[in-house]
Design a protein around this ligand. Structure first.
Ligand SMILES: *Cc1c(COP(=O)(O)O)cnc(C)c1O
Length: 435
């Protein structure tokens, strides 16, 4: 598998380099030179396969020999070891639950696959890889649990003190082994600034092999295609052929992976990008002008993004042809008030509890059906996280009815292992140098 930079098609690197560097030097994003189209017979037969079987076939096609088959199969079986069921909620409306992994969010797909691919490429005797991540909640948990116990890799996570939910904090701070958690007396932006400075610090770069395991890493994008194929397989089992996906979107990596799956031959009638009031992309589709904005805080905070980093990948997939893109992609935007009302309504009517991000995708699928009353298509909205990760936003009644999954209950008695540091770079740097 060969990658190019979206800023320069001639800048080409092998898959391994894209995995360790995340970003090309020219600050574009890596994209595959060849996007294979899967055998139509395989697509027609998807319903016969399990999620790991689908993941293996899809990754084998796109990686095109970058990892030998037996090793790839082992990576898939280890990384994709939890289910992604499609649950019917009401007529024509289904939810794809992506929160059954260890951190209870869809980011587990990307983080678990990336960590195993990195570990595979680290040859014996090579210097330990040091992963530095700043998190506002979800990414850190997925990365920590994704890398937990992975040989020859150490992870250091920075999170803002008092600004992640209790469950997120447990997921970040109770791991031990090769995972270190640092609570920063500051904001998420402070955490991010510290990590950025560390990557540019000559002394740290000299002593450690640093990597960011960033959300725009190509090895996080690829595994996110798997569940689109698997969701389609489950829709086939219900006897339908047409599917519309509604995706809660922030940095547009999740929906970007869906569009990549479509490019690989998955028959999708329509993609819906569902955003909160950070509506840069919906505004672009409406006006044709892409105007990045400062992000605004909402209840669906994992989607508070004013300049989605994966958008250039999507434009690249469509070679900048906005007209073609608009045929396949619709976008809707919703307020916090609409989000809370949706959670309440679906709880009352369907006895189903959605996290705020998921609620926005539900709203968007309802809106699309209103605008396009079709009977032939099944709508699948993606549930990106388990509601128990966002306890503050629910009414007492709803909160009391959320079932906390076993993997979280197990964390509750564990020892908290975080250290606390200030926002100054020297303190953080000295901590790293001393370890
Ligand atoms: C990260 C995240 C999103 C946004 O996904 P993108 O790939 O950035 O568009 C949505 N919901 C949850 C719960 C997330 O953690």
């Amino acid at each position: 598998m060969i990658l190019y930079s979206t800023n320069n098609k001639e800048l080409r690197v092998p898959f391994k380099e894209g995995v360790f560097n995340s970003l090309p030097a020219d600050k574009g994003l890596y994209m595959p030179v060849n996007i294979p189209v899967l055998d139509p017979e395989f697509i027609a037969d998807l319903h016969k396969y399990s999620l790991p079987e689908i993941a293996f076939r899809v990754s084998k096609a796109i990686l095109n020999g970058a990892i030998p088959e037996t090793d790839l199969k082992a990576i898939i079986d280890d990384a994709i070891n939890f289910d992604a069921p499609v649950v019917e909620l009401s007529e024509q409306i289904n939810v794809l639950e992506l929160f059954h992994g260890p951190s209870l969010a869809f980011k587990d797909f990307g983080a678990r696959f990336m960590s195993r691919v990195m570990s595979y490429f680290l040859k014996e005797g090579e210097q330990q890889l040091d992963v530095l991540v700043a998190t506002s909640g979800d990414t850190g948990g997925a990365v920590a649990l994704g890398f937990l116990g992975v040989p020859n890799v150490r992870v250091t996570i920075l999170f803002p003190k008092g600004k992640v939910s209790p469950i997120q904090e447990l997921q970040l701070t109770t791991n031990g082994q090769n995972i270190r958690a640092i609570e920063i007396d500051g904001t998420f932006d402070d955490c991010q600034a510290l990590v950025k400075r560390a990557f540019n610090d000559p002394e740290l770069k000299e002593k450690f092999r640093l990597t960011s395991a960033n959300s725009i890493n190509i090895s996080r994008l690829i595994p996110q295609t798997f569940y689109y194929f698997y969701a389609y397989a489950q829709i086939q089992r219900k006897g339908f052929k047409e599917v519309v996906f509604s995706v809660p979107s922030g940095n547009f990596g999740n929906i970007g992976a869906g569009l990549l799956a479509w490019k690989m031959g998955l028959p999708v009638r329509q993609f819906i990008a569902a955003t909160n009031i950070n509506d840069t992309v919906p505004a672009f589709l409406r006006t044709g002008v892409y105007q990045a904005k400062p992000s605004v805080q909402t209840w669906s905070n994992a989607m508070d993004v004013g300049d989605p980093s994966n958008w250039v990948r999507i434009m690249d997939l469509f070679k900048g042809e906005t007209a073609d893109l608009k045929k396949l992609l619709t976008a809707y935007t919703f307020t916090d008030e609409e989000t809370l009302n949706a959670i309440e309504k679906v709880y009352r009517e369907q006895h189903y509890i959605m996290c705020p991000h998921t609620a926005i995708a539900w709203l968007a699928s309802k809106q699309w059906l209103k605008d396009h009353p079709v009977e032939s298509a099944e709508l699948v909205f993606l549930s990106t996280a388990h509601p128990c990760k966002f306890p503050d936003i629910f009414s007492k009644e709803i909160a009391g009815n959320i079932e906390v999954p076993l993997q979280v209950q197990e964390l509750e008695g564990r020892e908290r292992l975080a250290i606390t540091l200030g926002r100054d770079f020297e303190g953080f740097k000295n901590y790293l140098l001393d370890s």
